[in-house]
Design a protein around this ligand. Structure first.
Ligand SMILES: [Zn+2]
Length: 386
């Protein structure tokens, strides 16, 4: 066998093994027959991969159930509790958070540190502290996934210069973590990470084109197009928060005017209501007070402001679905429905396909488990050997 074909064979075998693991982990195919059908591989190949996974404690067989009319159900496979685990690290504006997840992105352990001040050294020290805390159980770990506020350069594994981030810039976070740990490290923008988690296990599982919108202190976005999280060739992520919704609006720190996040950020709505009503409540509590006239008006306005940017995004990308993440998941359903109605009323292409607006399956944890998903997707694609 030539060197090249040997290499191709090794790659395709890694790809097939990753795919089998993904199909079982996501519950898309859980019997040998289904796996053969979904992958297009022979029953023999599937049988060999599954045997190896069973032997190595990655998968286990569930108890057989007898069907009513004599025959037996094919044996179901699932991820073994002894299978290796994945660490996720979320770097956010006022907190760091780490998780230990299994291969189904279920959280097994979590740790968090909130701060009001931060420097570069502390960022790295605390990040490692949190990683050590979740990884201390002695489980086998496949690697670390990182999700960070933007702007980031995904290709270089760098946090660039996030606004309101204590002046911290140009942190080569992937390189720094690789110095301290022997595991592979993959990073992405926090919204892309949330989108990836929803694509693999959440409301975007069977959707090829969707937009993930996170609304918090700032507004971010991740795009899934043609079944893949979109990555620009230079490593930049989409930033819907800085789409202008008022051409002559307030100046933004980014240099543009009337940016979406100046009007519809959860912090902005909260501050507006604090001034109007004199109540100091977080966004979640405010959402619970929607029956008050002023709160209702503010949340409707928020939906309207969001819809302006979303209609532009929908006209560019034609997604089937918009997934709301972070604090937007606290919005009472009536405002989600209102947002969906506005988007569908104003978008350009009005075919039979309605653009649906849904809350993230992972709720406020979408970006956090998304961090782990950044590593997991590399395992599923066969790029990390396990
Ligand atoms: Zn801006």
């Amino acid at each position: 066998m030539g060197k090249k074909s040997g290499e191709n064979l090794r790659k395709s075998s890694a790809h097939n093994r990753g795919l089998v693991l993904q199909l079982v982990a996501t519950g898309e195919a859980v019997t040998r027959i289904e796996l053969a059908r979904r992958t297009g591989l022979t029953k023999m190949t599937i049988s060999n991969i599954v045997s190896e996974f069973l032997e190595r404690g990655l998968l286990e067989e569930c108890e057989e159930e007898l069907t009513q009319n004599c025959g037996r159900n094919p044996i179901r496979l699932e991820i073994s509790p002894h299978a290796p685990k994945i660490v996720g690290l979320l770097i956010f504006r006022e907190r760091l958070e780490a998780v230990l997840c299994d291969l189904r992105l279920q959280i097994l352990r979590r740790a968090r540190w909130d701060f009001t001040e931060l420097d570069r050294e502390e960022l790295l020290k605390r990040s490692c502290g949190l990683i050590d805390q979740v990884a201390e159980g002695g489980e086998r770990i496949l690697g670390i996934g990182v999700a960070s506020i933007g702007p980031v350069n995904i290709k270089k594994g760098m946090i660039l210069n996030p606004p309101r981030f204590f002046g911290i810039t140009d942190v080569p976070i992937v390189e720094e973590l690789k110095k301290r740990y022997e595991w592979p490290v993959y990073m992405d923008h926090d919204s892309n990470s949330g989108a990836l988690a929803e694509k693999l296990f959440g409301v975007g599982k069977r959707v090829q084109d969707f937009l993930f919108l996170e609304v918090t202190n700032g507004i971010g976005s991740g795009i899934v197009s043609n079944g893949e999280v979109v990555h620009n060739s230079r490593g930049y992520a989409p930033e819907i928060g800085h789409i202008s919704i008022h051409g002559n609006g307030e100046p933004c720190s980014c240099g543009n005017r009337g940016c979406l996040e100046l009007y519809a950020g959860a912090n902005v709505v909260r501050d507006r209501l604090r001034l109007e009503l004199g109540i100091d409540a977080d966004f979640e509590s405010l959402c619970g007070m929607w029956q008050r006239k002023e709160v209702d008006a503010a949340l409707r306005q928020m939906a309207e402001d969001l819809s302006v940017a979303l209609v532009s995004a929908v006209n560019l990308l034609q997604p089937e679905l918009i997934v709301l993440g972070y604090e937007a998941i606290f919005l009472p359903q009536r405002y989600v429905d209102y947002l969906e109605e506005l988007v569908n009323r104003r978008k350009f292409i009005r075919d039979a396909q309605r653009t649906v607006v849904k809350k993230a399956h992972f709720g406020t944890d979408a970006q956090l488990v998304g961090a782990a998903a950044n590593l997991l997707s590399q395992v599923f694609s066969g790029k990390i050997l396990f």
